[in-house]
Design a protein around this ligand. Structure first.
Ligand SMILES: *Cc1c(COP(=O)(O)O)cnc(C)c1O
Length: 466
């Protein structure tokens, strides 16, 4: 929203001046909340007592605006709004005030502990968020054939979106990086038509991880943005913007919306992002650009009801992620010693080849301000995968014997869930694609929930008994 002035009618100008005063109040609230700890931001975001009393009948919870459209006081206000000259939501496909509360909170959580200013754009799902970002970055000049470079260990839906929707159907080349810890492999795949570098870390379900800072520097040396999907860690453990990334993707569906009642996605972008091929106006506030222009025209917006549901789950993110990470570590240690288990992938196990590099980045936020810890502590999240001895059928048999743990292609839930990626999330990418992403057919992905670890282990124990 611009406060700059070009010749306008006095009525429109009045509306803009009013909006500039509101923007100042918002900036003051933002300054205040940025001094708060992570938990406080997750609980309150930018929704204040003052706002509740002045505008929302004192409602202690952020109001849910179930209205497709916003009415304007007069034609001046409508004109200023539709020129995006005043804060407006206009029509729920463009924006909705309920979404605004969640977007503010997510932007603050992802930029927590840094001086990065970030914006957020919500989407109807994580996949829509990935498509929204990548589509906006794949700017094609005349006669150019653009490409992008991405880690090959990505979520199954992302693999399909990149390899089928973008590459096969539209001829946009995705250049897969097989060893994401090899900087020379990244470097060798960049050319003048590359538009961005993309990394999922930790990856779902393989838990691949890489040293992100040198890769971000490499992207920036080429004037390119770095996009990180850090869904599995969540900002409670890992905030890529703090390590220089330009854009973060969250499948908000997962640990952020742990109750499991719906789907949501988000793009969080620093202001400004780096991208040599984009105009300054697009780069300055890329998340807002996505929202007010491409998403308005493509329509993948989130329903305000889901935004309200997500806000309620999000308030407890840090303490949940801490607790579930500790449960996951306990379960992983137990699995590691089970005779029916061939291998356990959990970044928290010292035996994991990527344990060290993951330990450089995965820290429980604010542990140093938590009197139980009083110092930084590593946490590794709620997700692991393990291979069952005896091959694909043995894995299926154990999976079928699970009692309490739900057989579902889902993760980040308050209830533990398990899936076999080769026959579910990663079924469509075929044998070769699975080999590339290191998804063997005997692999079970386990997402640990809030149950007592004894009961999770008891269920796994009976399932693995042959
Ligand atoms: C689930 C997931 C997605 C896709 O998100 P949806 O909300 O299901 O569309 C993208 N990336 C990762 C890492 C995921 O786990």
């Amino acid at each position: 929203m611009s406060c700059s002035e070009t010749p306008l009618s006095p009525g429109v100008r009045r509306r803009i001046e009013e909006a500039c005063r509101q923007a100042e109040a918002r900036a003051a609230a933002l300054k205040h909340v940025r001094n708060c700890r992570f938990d406080t931001i997750a609980v309150h975001g930018l929704y204040t007592v003052e706002e509740a009393l002045a505008h929302n009948q004192g409602a202690t919870m952020e109001p849910l605006f179930l209205s497709a459209a916003q009415a304007y006081r007069d034609s001046d206000e409508m004109e200023a709004a539709l020129a995006y000259r005043i804060p407006t939501w206009c029509y729920t496909r463009i924006h909705n005030p309920t979404l605004g509360y969640l977007e503010d909170t997510l932007a603050l959580l992802e930029s927590y502990g840094t001086d990065v200013d970030a914006g957020c754009c919500l989407y109807a799902s994580g996949m829509a968020a990935i498509d929204g970002v990548t589509d906006a970055l794949l700017v094609q000049g005349q006669g150019e054939s653009v490409n992008f470079v991405a880690t090959c260990q990505v979520y199954g839906g992302t693999f399909q979106q990149f390899s089928v929707r973008k590459m096969r159907e539209r001829g946009i080349e995705v250049r897969w990086v097989v060893d994401s810890n090899n900087l020379e492999e990244w470097r060798g795949k960049i050319d003048k038509n590359t538009r961005f570098l993309y990394g999922e870390l930790p990856s779902n379900p393989g838990l691949a991880f890489f040293d992100i800072e040198p890769v971000v520097r490499l992207a920036h040396e080429h004037g390119l943005p770095f996009v990180a999907d850090s869904t599995v860690a969540s900002p409670a453990l890992f905030r890529p913007l703090a390590h220089g990334a330009d854009i973060v993707i969250q499948s908000v569906t997962k640990v952020m919306s742990c109750s499991g009642t719906g789907i949501a996605g988000a793009v969080i972008a620093r202001k400004p992002i780096l991208a040599h091929f984009l105009g300054d106006d697009v780069k300055a506030d890329f998340a807002q650009y996505l929202k007010l222009w491409p998403q308005r025209d493509t329509g993948g917006c989130l329903h305000p009801f889901q935004a309200a549901m997500t806000m309620n789950d999000l308030r407890t993110l840090r303490s949940r992620v801490d607790c579930w990470s500790q449960t996951a570590l306990q379960v992983a240690r137990w699995l590691e010693h089970h005779k029916s288990v061939l291998a356990v992938n959990y970044l928290g196990l010292p035996s994991h080849p990527l344990h060290q590099v993951a330990s450089k980045y995965l820290w429980l936020v604010d542990a140093e301000h938590d009197e139980r810890y009083g110092k930084p502590v590593n946490r590794y999240g709620h997700m692991m995968s393990f291979r069952v001895r005896g091959g694909a059928q043995a894995a299926r048999d154990a999976f079928d014997r699970l009692g309490m743990i739900w057989r579902a292609t889902d993760l980040g839930r308050v209830k533990s869930t398990a899936t076999i990626p080769a026959i579910s999330t990663h079924q469509q990418q075929g044998e070769e694609g699975r080999k590339l992403a290191a998804i063997p057919p005997d692999l079970i992905r386990l997402s640990v929930g809030a149950e007592h670890p004894d009961d999770i282990i008891r269920d796994l124990d009976q399932a693995l008994a042959d």
